[in-house]
Design a protein around this ligand. Structure first.
Ligand code: GZL
Ligand code: ZN
Length: 365
């Protein structure tokens, strides 16, 4: 019943917005779309037959919804998939005007980008925060301007009264998943661990490090020899791994934790160059995060032993929030984006899915 009522409303609004498009303030091209251009059956379409895409119209009054997205940057394959997902979701044909800015991993640029969105008086602002700290002032400015802010992917270290909603993965849980799998896999054996962290100050880095260390603390025969930032890039992963190999020497570590796939690719290059074997048949077990397509291919090939997913396809959750706000509905303060872990073939785990070709073929990114 509720859905039918909603459809009726949508159909009614759609008809009225076609009429409204003719009004003076609608931009010229909208005013030029006279009702007669819409095929007659659409106007007369009884609610239950309203075409699905009419339901998707986010703006009740038929106006374009303007969304600003201050994106972290373009540092990783995960980020590229996340960016594409937002651009595909907040498209013109879906009724949006997306102002997308790649902030190139520069916090100061990201703050100024959000200020720019406020000046443009956009309808909504999405922020994937490069770092958690330093957000109170500009979030207050957005709130004073009456613009709803969605904190997406990563978290900010600010009171949740300063933003409308947040969505993303549970990074601490991801770190714990990696640690729990390692404990199950080692089954009591010693571990000398090197960690290549993500970007300094990013909640993904802070959370994964905290979660993994929670499990390290439960295993007295594990030692984290070192933990340095590879900035979520392949070059960073290679650089840090090269310095680790120089400092600790081959044979003195048996686990490398890379906080994303691109760092893992760099670490593999560095270990190849040093003649260090890794993977299910190697001397070093690699744990990675993101479970991007290539990362899972390496897991399927047994090069990465465990890969903890972080789902980048999050724009749909952001759109759901915006559609609710457009309809004047309440929204949750937090939306968790679910993820899981994967392990190389031949490994059975209570914490992870064993990779296979069909698991890889079934992935959406
Ligand atoms: C995680 C995301 C991280 C990815 C990296 O949600 O913020 O940032 O793990 C990306 O690949 O750079
Ligand atoms: Zn995640």
């Amino acid at each position: 019943m509720k859905k039918k009522l909603a459809l009726l409303l949508v159909a009614a609004m759609t008809v009225s917005s076609l009429v409204a498009c003719g009004n003076s303030e609608a931009p010229a091209e909208e005013a030029a779309a006279p009702a007669e251009e819409a095929p007659a059956e659409e106007e007369a379409a009884p609610a239950e037959e309203a075409p699905a895409e009419e339901e998707a119209a986010p703006a009740a009054d038929g106006e374009v919804v303007t969304v600003g997205f201050a994106q972290v940057g373009h540092e990783s394959d995960w980020r590229a998939a996340n960016t594409k997902n937002y651009q595909d979701t907040f498209s013109a044909e879906n009724g949006y005007e997306l102002s997308f800015v790649d902030c190139d991993n520069d916090h100061a640029v990201q703050i100024e980008t959000v200020r720019g969105f406020i000046e443009q008086e956009l309808d909504y602002i999405c922020i994937a925060p490069i770092q958690s700290a330093g957000w109170d002032t500009v979030l207050q400015e957005a709130q004073d301007a009456g613009i709803p802010v969605l904190i997406v992917d990563r978290a900010v270290d600010a009171a949740d009264t300063l933003y409308t909603t947040a969505l993303g993965c549970d990074m601490v849980a991801e770190g714990e998943a990696a640690g729990n799998w390692l404990a199950e896999y080692l089954d009591g054996a010693d571990a000398n661990i090197l960690v290549i962290e993500g970007s300094v100050g990013a909640s993904a880095t802070l959370g994964r490090t905290e979660g993994f260390n929670n499990i390290v603390a439960q295993n007295s025969n594990w030692k984290v020899l070192d933990s340095q930032s590879g900035d979520f890039t392949q070059a960073g992963g290679q650089e840090v791994m090269e310095s680790f190999i120089k400092t600790y020497g081959a044979g003195n570590f048996n686990v490398v934790v890379c906080q994303n796939d691109n760092e893992a690719y760099g670490a593999m290059d560095a270990m190849d160059a040093a003649g260090i074997t890794y993977g299910v048949d190697g001397d070093v077990q690699i744990i990675s995060f993101d479970a991007t397509h290539d990362g899972l291919q390496y897991t399927l090939d047994g090069k990465i032993t465990c890969n903890v997913e972080c789902n980048p396809l999050q724009a749909g959750f952001a759109e759901e929030v915006i559609k609710k706000l457009e309809a004047g509905e309440e929204v949750d303060k937090w939306t968790l984006v679910e993820d899981q872990a994967f392990v190389a073939p031949g490994i059975e785990s209570q914490y992870a899915v064993t990779m296979s070709q069909e698991v890889l073929d079934g992935r959406a990114y």
